[in-house]
Write a protein that binds this ligand. Sequence first.
Ligand code: ZN
Length: 366
Amino acid sequence: MSENFPRPAPRPAGYLPAAWSNRPTVGLRQHTRLPHRFPRRLAGRGLAIGIDIGGTKVAAGVVDAQGTVLDERRRQTPGSEPRAVEATILELVRELSTDHRVASVGIGAAGWMDLSASTVLFSPHLAWRNEPLRANLEKLLRRRVVLANDADAAGWAEWRFGAGKGQSRLVCITLGTGIGGAMVMDGRLERGRFGVAGEFGHQIIMPQGHRCECGNRGCWEQYASGNALGREARELALANSPVAQELLRAVGGNAAAITGAVVTELAQAGDAASRELVEDVGDWLGLGLANLAAALDPGKFVVGGGLCEAGDLLLLPARRSFARNLTGRGFRPAAEISMAALGPRAGMIGAADLSRITGRVLAKGS
Ligand SMILES: [Zn+2]
């Protein structure tokens, strides 16, 4: 009977408890029914929880050392009050820890974290102002915690496991309601002197242009983001232009209900006006990337976020505009521009991975 099943490969002495390694081979069930303590430790090797805190939802996942999400939970963001957000994090970690042995927790959120990944200096959606979130959470969770800006977490994930793998100088752009930015240089997340680098969305690209919530006018994210796409489409619809017919039909005639997502969907369905609007955003995207190439000279730009649903409708004009606006074009190698590979889970995966890796570096250093 035992001849029908392959025997496990011999393991070095001491690798398995004697009682287990001497068990007769009985097929697959042997591997699913493991003795109590040892397998839990083995199964837990390299697992971390990544939590992505957005303005509307909190997503948490158990992520292994290869960047695979093994388990996932979601909650509505419980308002902006810091204690309520901490309670939600605690609940999610408790739930996920019942089935998985997890050593560390990474938190990704919009905002600025200090260089030691301990304090949230400022968060636009949540009421965190100089909040010692890491210390608070480590006390609650009794695990190592690392904080990361959401765009940094997503960029790190793309460099480790996605479209930016193997790049020595990588710039990642997340196109959502605004623009998030991250840089991985020589295998390190580049966060600037004070931890707040990568705010590419607020480079002023049109002096005296559209007002930005950051307080300035003419920021890049007012021209190359989901919000910008929605605003331009609404303006077109409100001008009673006949080319906006399809757009208005899609929202039952209510121009105010047109969003970037609506335009993207119509563009994919072939609506000419929506395609033009996406193309305009692509033009602005390429122009901003050319500015970044002038300053940073990366080998690759990885572009992710909700707006990337538009695919080549966005990327082709962006590449054209990039090539047209790149300084020294024709006399220099040009960076590649690619779609992100990991989708909306990138922030969760990156936050988890940063908590695992940062923890290891801290452990080595101490
Ligand atoms: Zn701005």
